[in-house]
Design a protein around this ligand. Structure first.
Ligand code: FAD
Length: 391
């Protein structure tokens, strides 16, 4: 396909990555993003080997690694500090050829945005209409502007209006039963010796992701009814996790009250029947928002982006490319989403003391090799090559 143009709706991780990939495929791309500062700019993210491989395929792997910290040490613990499992990030990196990293979301966004020419980003513009009445072109309206494109990538997040429009019978996002409070510490954390850790209590999880400068993101995930809010979220987290092991108190002590973000966790519990319709492709959370219990949502969005770009580069028509994209991405991302839900039910969300005890005993008895294979199941992914056709 030559001389093609795409509009990407949404400049989150998925949308920016898709734009980078489509440009590598030789396309002209415009990204339309409604907000200048992202909702979760004050949070961090961990990227597993599959996400890092996707970023490398997009040509930004080294830049992301330079802004990130490799996650070598840590694992899972119980609130009194006893170890359930050890993470060996170096072994995983050897196995997969790419590291697991932790990075502030703003750092990841900066790298992705810098990989695109400034004129391809329309920040502060909200897409209000996608007109498909004159095929094969799709007309996208934002502000007082309209753009005609050969392809629209809807990377407009979990509450995607494009998805609602394409699949009006789909029930949309469902509440997962978990609410998450998180923050990045304002200073390096004393005594923080592990890169990445999760601690499971009864219906509660506390985790951290360390950054290169010694600061860290922590997250506290709680079973709660949807919509619960606290007048002083940091005080509430300190109360709930008061007797949990170090470095949890140290992480909370290094946090400014205003830094705490609070979001309810929703997911697309009902899988979509397709990620494409006509010349529109859904990508990232718009297609398969999943719970964060495997830390795979953004990694899957990055896989989507590379797969879409490779399909567009390799096929003769947009229709054939989108069909290839849907066939490659839907089974994998929906399996990861299902496994993330299960991981939450067996991990953070588990409340019954007997079930928690059995779960913990099972983890302690699991040989390290089996643990590694469980991680590999999601993180072992080889990106397709983005190679523009020459004829
Ligand atoms: P979004 O980031 O939601 O981006 C959508 C963008 O579209 C937004 O910027 C929005 O403003 C814009 N938009 C929407 N509508 C319009 C419109 N009409 N016009 C213009 N712009 C529009 N994933 C991991 O891989 N690792 C992790 O460690 C991890 N941790 C997580 C922790 C938590 C607590 C949560 C909730 C999620 C976590 N995830 C993680 C998942 C990850 O954050 C998401 O999967 C990822 O950010 C999705 O990116 P996206 O680009 O698809 O959507």
């Amino acid at each position: 396909m030559g001389g093609n143009s795409a509009v990407v709706v949404g400049g989150g991780i998925g949308g920016l990555a898709a734009a980078i990939g489509l440009r590598l495929a030789g396309w002209e791309v415009t990204v339309v993003e409604r907000v200048a500062v992202l909702d979760d700019a004050g949070a961090g993210i961990s990227l597993a080997a599959n996400g890092m491989r996707a970023l490398a395929a997009l040509g930004v792997g080294e830049a992301v690694e330079a802004a990130a910290r490799r996650q070598y040490t840590g694992g899972t613990r119980t609130p009194d500090g006893r170890r359930l499992s050890l993470m060996d990030g170096a072994a995983l990196e050897r196995e997969l050829g790419a590291p697991i990293v932790g990075i502030p979301r703003t750092g990841l966004h900066r790298v992705l945005r810098e990989a695109l020419p400034a004129e391809s980003l329309r920040i502060g513009a909200e897409v209000t209409d996608i007109d498909t009445s004159q095929p094969p072109r799709v007309r996208v309206a934002f502000g007082s502007t309209t753009l005609d494109a050969d392809l629209v990538v809807a990377a407009d997040g979990i509450n995607s209006r494009t998805r609602q429009r394409l699949f009006p019978a789909h029930p949309g996002p469902a509440y997962s039963g978990s609410t998450v409070l998180r923050a990045i510490t304002r200073r390096p954390v004393e005594g923080l010796t592990t890169d990445f850790e999760l601690t499971w209590g009864h219906g509660a999880e506390f985790g951290h992701i360390a950054f290169p400068d010694g600061r860290a993101e922590w997250h506290a995930v709680l079973n709660a009814p949807a919509g619960v809010r606290y007048p002083d979220p940091l005080t509430e987290v300190r109360r709930r996790f008061a007797d949990w092991h170090e470095p949890i108190p140290a992480l909370l002590a290094a946090t400014a009250p205003a830094a705490v973000l609070h979001h309810d966790v929703h997911e697309l519990a009902t899988p979509l029947p397709s990620y494409v319709a006509g010349r529109i492709a859904l990508l990232g959370d718009a297609a398969h928002a999943m719970t964060p219990h495997l830390g795979q949502g953004a990694c899957q969005a990055l896989e989507d982006a590379v797969t879409l770009a490779a399909a567009v580069a390799g096929e003769r028509t947009v229709e054939a490319a989108l069909s290839r994209y849907d066939a490659a991405r839907r089974p994998r991302s929906q399996t990861v989403a299902r496994d993330a839900r299960r991981a939450g039910r067996m991990g953070q969300q588990l409340v019954n003391p007997l079930a928690v005890g059995l779960r913990n005993a099972a983890i302690r008895l699991t040989p390290p090799g089996v643990m590694v294979r469980t991680v590999l199941k999601h993180a072992d992914w080889t990106p397709p090559r983005i190679a523009p056709r020459t004829a």
